[in-house]
Design a protein around this ligand. Structure first.
Ligand code: NAD
Length: 345
């Protein structure tokens, strides 16, 4: 079947990553055809990379050889660019956060429905190896039923770039890394959020959050702490997961960590009390050796079709999207509620 000619709209950090790294993995299906950026230097970079460039977005949409666009521009511009493309008969792949809020997203979904074009969102971090390992632990239960998850990303570089500092462009970390981490957790736990707590960090003086801590309670009883920080000069583990029979920890994206579970052996000796600070404790002493065992962390293999291969089949063969708009909408609705909660609404 014919390859899909894509134009990258916004040839910045992520747009060029799609063009140079992600799309070429599906060379038989996806053709990186052109690019359009409002900055002349990014247009020049696209041209240098051998891409067709356009003088305006209208020119992209008027090009009948173009079947789809990837929107990789600052967050506040996604809606208008998406609607214009859909109305021009193009399929749209949109970077996260899909829109600034659910109202905007519903507007776009309505246009996608009217035009019959595909609209899909790039929630790529569902295929991060560390997350896939946690998903396997959650599903296979080597440490028993999971009742608490802690998911963190922590950096020490503050908010990067320019537009990410500004509210009007959809800046801040909740709309940045927050979207990924909440998408992972909601997809993993697959149960409605019953309640949540959220607190923003704004210690860098930006008008947007430079990080946040949230704690979600799901209807199935699972709890999840989700945290993003940009002022952490030393990090906590990427994942810390508690099951009824053990604990798993993944330190970072290199997927190192450990998983310890109770042996449930009979007649294990009681833990020997240890000195802790200036006191003595049995509660916090290490369990006796026979009481616990170290087990291997699962290996991470994605049992899904790669994103672009799926997108191709969604467009060509009406396959089921691996990232569904209903899932994306749930995450955005939660984020809307978080912003409202912080604003005291
Ligand atoms: P960036 O600032 O590096 O690039 C954005 C580019 O868009 C710039 O070159 C800018 O000139 C251009 N631009 C701005 N308005 C435009 C318009 N109206 N038309 C055409 N071009 C326009 O930003 P980035 O880090 O690449 O982020 C872009 C998008 O990608 C954001 O929505 C971000 O959240 C998303 N993103 C996703 C991931 C991921 O892992 N999925 C990672 C990084 C960024």
């Amino acid at each position: 079947m014919k390859k899909i000619n894509f134009v990258i709209v916004g040839y910045g950090g992520m747009g060029s990553y799609h063009a140079n790294t992600l799309m070429p993995t599906e060379k038989e299906k996806i053709n990186v055809y052109g690019a359009y950026d409002v900055l002349p230097e990014r247009q020049a970079a696209a041209k240098e990379a051998g891409l067709k460039t356009y003088a305006s977005y209208a020119d992209v949409l008027a090009d009948t050889d173009v079947e789809a666009v990837l929107i990789a521009t600052p967050n506040d511009s996604h809606k208008d660019l998406a609607i214009a493309a859909l109305k021009a008969g193009k399929h749209v792949l949109c970077e996260k956060p899909v829109m600034m809020n659910v109202v905007e997203f519903d507007e776009v979904l309505e246009v996608a429905k009217e035009t019959g074009q595909t609209f899909m969102v790039h929630q790529n971090r569902r295929w991060d190896p560390d997350f896939l390992m946690i998903r396997k632990i959650y599903q296979d239960r080597p440490i028993g039923e999971i009742f608490q998850l802690e998911s963190r990303v922590q950096g020490a570089n503050g908010i990067p770039g320019d537009w990410r500092h500004l509210k009007e462009h959809g800046g801040g970390m909740l709309l940045d890394w927050g979207v990924h981490l909440l998408d992972q957790i909601l997809w993993l736990v697959d149960s409605p959020v019953k309640d949540f707590f959220v607190d923003f960090s704004q210690i860098l003086g930006d008008p947007v959050d430079d990080g946040f801590i949230s704690y979600l309670t799901f209807e199935n009883g699972v709890r999840a702490l989700v945290e993003v920080g940009t002022t952490n000069f030393t990090k906590l583990p990427r994942w810390y997961v508690k099951g009824i029979e053990g604990t798993a920890k993944i330190d970072d994206w290199d997927c190192q960590g450990e998983m310890i579970r109770a042996t449930r052996a009979e007649n294990v000796s009681a833990p020997t009390p240890i000195q802790a600070g200036v006191g003595l404790t049995k509660t916090m002493a290490p369990p006796s050796e026979e009481a616990m065992e170290k087990i291997d962390l699962p290996t991470a293999t994605a049992e899904y079709q790669p994103f672009y291969a799926n997108l191709y089949e969604v467009i060509r063969e009406e396959a089921t999207p691996i990232v569904k708009n209903s899932e994306v909408r749930q995450v955005l609705a939660l984020i809307d509620e978080m912003f409202a909660r912080v604003a005291g609404k």
